[in-house]
Design a protein around this ligand. Sequence first.
Ligand code: CP
Ligand code: NVA
Length: 339
Amino acid sequence: MSTLYQRNFLRLLDFKDSEIQYLINLSSKLKKLKKNGKEIQHLRKKNIVLIFEKESTRTRCAFEVAAFDQGANVTYLGPGNSHLGYKESIADTAKVLSRMYHGIEYRGHNHNIINILAKCSTVPVWNGLTNQFHPTQILADLLTMQETLNEKNLRKISCAYVGDANNNISNTMLEAAAITGLNLRLVAPKKYWPDNQFFSQCQSISKEKKSTILCTENIEEGVKNVDFIYTDVWVSMGEPDKLWIDRIQLLKKYQVNENMIQLTKNKNVKILHCLPAFHDKNTILGKKILEKFNLYSGIEITHSIFEKNSSTIFEQSENRLHTIKAIMIATLIKNNCSF
Ligand code: CP
Ligand code: NVA
């Protein structure tokens, strides 16, 4: 029987290696079943509420489509759509929603909010992104890495995460590496390294797995021989626009471009991006930033590298659906091990 039944999904450090791998395997099975038109609905009569205090394309759609595919019903509460936090406390909201729904997804700001929501809720709470962690994204990325290399053992995979290494994606990659044994190098200027205490905690967990977790400012050392380079936006949702100046100055060396690809010395290296990405001028914000800072072909990643790797990057997006479906089934259905 799965140990995941009725559990929250708040951050990866709450799980064992075997539980993460179980979720990846379940996602993979569900992906195949859907593609073969053989999906069975396990979530009929389940009601799911999706709370989004920040905008989203992938996470919201993945939760909704996963619920629709599985026969569940969904309520979407966008920014300002409920009393949460303004007229009604997080604790009271959790108690109300627990009486109506079987599961609660939350995307928002400080991770403390989702901790309170989970503490006061009697149904599973799933993290759809907080300032500190984005575990549903990284689960999809682990699946994508395994599929791309046809390699089940994450200990045999290496990844360099470059750019802002003090955000929700890099933090969650660190937790993933610590638990699963994935080899991870965070490549960034010291100012954008993760919190010291958090990094040491992850590093000591990873020692048991005999995998490597390191931080370096040196790009050549950081990306040499890796299987994957992963990058994310340099200013995350909820951070003020004024941060762009400092981020661009310090991070421009860490842009994923042809030069960085050459430094990997791996002609098969693949690029990952959780998206959305600033790789061209086809967005209002991207155009504004590119023009303001005289950048030509992308911010954190160049357009040509993005296009060359788009099949892997968009596979990551699709895998959000299959992994979120696996999380909902594993936490809401008692005997999910037999699927
Ligand atoms: N990667 C990700 O979480 O995308 P959204 O912000 O579109 O949900
Ligand atoms: N670090 C990014 C991730 C987006 C999926 C953000 O929080 O905006």
